[in-house]
Design a protein around this ligand. Structure first.
Ligand SMILES: Cc1cc2nc3c(=O)[nH]c(=O)nc-3n(C[C@H](O)[C@H](O)[C@H](O)COP(=O)(O)OP(=O)(O)OC[C@H]3O[C@@H](n4cnc5c(N)ncnc54)[C@H](O)[C@@H]3O)c2cc1C
Length: 359
């Protein structure tokens, strides 16, 4: 008889997992304590930049390897969805104001060391003012130098969440909105727990790391690729989405508080945005969003199976979009093995990315 799966949490990982399992022919129930728009997920709040190079300065090599693998997988996933999703891989521009040149030297040196150590194939480059203007005409000659990270990409998370929802409906996944669920209460042969921070009662090491982003709309400034502004106190990213929308973010705060954006954060984000181009002064602030990223102490993703019917996937932290397709593949690989045959002691050695499994 066909196995029945309950997927808990319809954020990023849960939607991808539920759709994949259904397409493999299983009966799938997907539960989320909020609605189809996913407003309580980290996935909804995110900037959805796919930045293996920039993130390599603070992340482990595993995250960067999963990120590069996922950059290759995203277009194939998006192609199968019944609604369009904006995805691009046109690189990231790293900028700084003249007084912050030391930040750029430091960034450049650390990135070069990562490249020499073999973390990624494609190196970054230094651009002059004319080259910056060719890539981003609206920046004109405002910046004399930039670093160019050609490998990097981004997608539109809100479009992806909607397209995954349409895919879930089309595929026939049983959707249970406004329904909080626990692994113990789920009626299924297998439970895939993708509740992010909501899994904390069953996985005490999961913690939230708060992030705040603004969504603005500008008719005056057109940027076509993500920008990172180096700054000793207010490092900033701007991720341009379709139709003049920009997601502006920076903050990473060790708290599980999801109350609205503070005045200080809004001031810092907006003044850093204005310093990229004064015409952003006329942009309209559409939303201020704060949400927590689900993290584990080592800041790596984990797929945990303790021998029962529950598989837990968590710890995507600030790299969920960067890594999700590769983590999904690893999760599906484990599920396939569990369904096919009893697993021996050597099972961890046979996984595509053994270090993301922990028993
Ligand atoms: C401000 C911000 C910016 C970010 N920017 C980026 C970025 O640029 N690039 C990148 O790669 N990543 C980014 N991320 C990280 C990314 O969003 C997360 O890593 C990813 O969303 C985690 O996916 P998840 O499915 O594990 O958790 P979530 O997306 O949080 O989904 C968990 C779901 O579980 C549901 N849930 C919780 N408890 C229950 C329950 N008891 N029953 C049923 N459902 C439940 C929630 O409602 C939610 O829908 C950012 C995150 C934030 C907050």
């Amino acid at each position: 008889m066909t196995s029945r799966f309950a997927v808990l949490g319809a954020g990023l990982m849960g939607r991808l997992m539920a759709l994949s399992l259904r397409r493999l022919g299983y009966r799938v129930d997907l539960y989320d304590h909020s609605g189809p728009e996913g407003a309580t997920s980290a996935a909804y709040a995110a900037a959805a930049m796919l930045s293996p190079l920039a993130e390599s300065l603070d992340a482990e090599p595993l995250v960067i390897a999963l990120g590069q693998a996922s950059l290759r997988l995203w277009p194939g996933i998006i192609k199968t969805l019944p609604a369009p999703v904006f995805f691009q891989q046109e690189g990231t521009l790293v900028l700084w104001h003249p007084q912050d040149r030391d930040q750029a030297v430091h960034f450049d040196e650390r990135l070069s060391r990562r490249h020499q150590a073999g973390w990624f194939d494609e190196p970054h480059q230094t651009l002059c003012a004319e080259e910056i203007e060719i890539l981003e005409p609206h920046l004109g000659q405002r910046f004399q130098r930039a670093l160019w990270l050609p490998l990097e990409g981004q997608l539109d998370n809100r479009m992806l969440i909607k397209a995954l929802y349409s895919g879930l409906v089309e595929a026939g996944v049983e959707l249970h909105w406004e329904t909080a669920m626990t692994p113990a209460a789920a009626r299924a042969d297998w439970v895939i727990d993708c509740r992010g921070l909501g899994a904390k009662p069953d996985w005490s090491q999961v913690r939230g790391v708060r992030g705040e982003v603004l969504r603005v709309h500008s008719r005056e400034v057109t940027l076509t690729r993500p920008i990172r502004l180096l700054h000793p106190r207010y490092p900033l990213y701007i991720a341009p989405k379709p139709e003049g929308h920009y997601v502006v973010g920076a903050t990473q705060i060790e708290t599980e508080d999801t109350s609205p954006t503070s005045v200080r954060s809004a001031l810092e984000l907006l003044s850093a945005l204005y310093s990229i181009h004064p015409a952003f002064g006329e942009a309209r602030v559409l939303e201020m969003v704060s949400q927590c990223r689900p993290a584990l102490p080592h800041h790596l993703p984990e797929i945990r199976w303790k021998g029962g019917r529950v598989i837990e996937i968590n710890g995507l932290y600030r790299h969920g979009y960067l890594m999700a397709p590769a983590v999904l593949e690893a999760g599906l690989h484990l599920i396939k093995r569990l369904l096919e045959s009893p697993i021996g002691d050597d099972w961890q050695d046979q996984q595509p990315w053994p270090s993301i499994y922990h028993l």
